[in-house]
Design a protein around this ligand. Structure first.
Ligand SMILES: [Mn+2]
Length: 357
């Protein structure tokens, strides 16, 4: 993983790269813990951390030199010392996450040319290695299995929060990392809230229930969405659900290596444009997944991103009708040369869950 970065640094005349974004720290060093900063250089790379984390960092990053930054007062002062010792002339930093305070510290301590960069590792991260693909597939399978288990727990009267807690419990105990994502479990008319927070609202007969959820596996995340009905589905719920399934199929039939992200959006728009639901169509229909839940490439009508083999994407067409509810379906998939392979195997059907004790 580091090779691409070292090649980039050589081409740009960068002697050392100071990594401060959490996902990029994990990407370059594989360190999973907290309070760490990574310095990449061709001869020797470093993890700067504090005494609470040095043992873990040494275990997880055997090829890195672990340095306790605390005696120097700040990670940037520590970087300054390394810059002097190594004679680095040009040091890159991640401009999009550097705070004003950090930037001041860099200026004070690092006596080299400072080069602000943006999106360098994000570009590398969009093409997944076989190991990353494996982790993402497991993460999607854990979420799918948890959904299946949850369905038999659904009861009229349980709250959205209980539903979310059970879903997270299953994902973690099935083998996910300990921290579930910010999972959505919303019901009834609340399902039109794109980022609605699970509440104390109890499930009622006839409720549409929307779960938008995922879990990390070895740091790599899944992000999937399913809907079901407590009791019997209405004709309108079924009709809209069928339409969103068609939209998802249109996206998955279009996705392959080399296609423009906006052309995938166009294929989905073609399914819904002439229907009564067009005004409630949500046009941002997906994103890459990896160490972050939203990363390159982005599937939006204005996106200039190109879909590439070994991208892993969350594809998620949706219709949200304020006051009525929303139908949102989301699959995780691997882009292949000629198409895609869906990882989230749980059924897309609008299940009618009885929900009685
Ligand atoms: Mn998503």
């Amino acid at each position: 993983m580091e090779t691409k970065l070292l090649e980039y640094m050589e081409s740009q005349g960068i002697d050392a790269f100071y990594v401060t974004k959490q996902a990029n720290i994990r990407y370059t060093s594989r360190y999973m813990g907290g309070d760490a900063f990574v310095v990449i250089s061709p001869k020797q790379s470093y993890v700067l951390t504090d005494p609470r984390c040095t043992e873990q960092a040494a275990k997880e990053c055997p090829d890195f030199q672990v340095v306790d930054w605390r005696p120097l007062g700040s990670p940037e002062a520590c970087l300054g010392k390394l810059t002097e010792e190594n004679g680095w002339k040009t040091v890159a930093y991640e401009a999009d996450v550097t705070t004003y305070k950090q930037w001041k510290l860099l200026q004070d301590h690092v006596h080299a040319e400072l080069v602000g960069t943006q999106g360098v590792m994000e570009e590398f991260r969009s093409i997944k290695t076989p190991e990353e693909i494996h982790n993402l597939k497991v993460a999607a399978e854990l979420a799918s299995r948890a959904y299946e288990l949850l369905l038999s727990d659904v009861r009229i009267g349980m709250t959205e929060k209980e539903l979310e807690a059970k879903l997270s419990y299953y994902m973690v105990t099935l083998g996910g990392d300990t921290k579930p994502n910010f999972n959505l479990a919303i019901s009834g008319a609340r399902t039109s809230l794109l980022h609605g927070i699970p509440s104390n609202k109890a499930l009622e007969y006839g409720d549409l229930v929307l779960l938008d959820f995922g879990i990390e596996y070895r740091g790599y995340t899944s992000d999937m969405t399913r809907v079901f009905v407590v009791g019997k589905a209405t004709e309108e719920q079924k009709r809209l659900h069928r339409l969103v399934v068609k939209m998802l199929e249109a996206a998955e039939n279009t996705i392959r290596d080399g296609v423009m992200a906006k052309d995938v959006c166009k294929a989905v728009e073609d399914v819904i444009r002439d229907t009564e639901y067009w005004e409630h169509y949500f046009s941002s229909i997906g994103h890459g997944v990896g160490l972050f839940v939203h990363e390159k490439p982005f599937l939006r009508p204005t996106s200039e991103d190109i879909i590439r083999e070994n991208n892993v994407l969350a594809v998620e067409p949706a219709v949200f009708i304020p006051g009525w509810g929303g139908i949102h379906l989301e699959d995780d998939l691997l882009v292949t040369k000629d198409g895609c392979q869906v990882f989230s195997y749980a059924t897309l059907d609008l299940l009618e869950v009885e929900g009685r004790a």
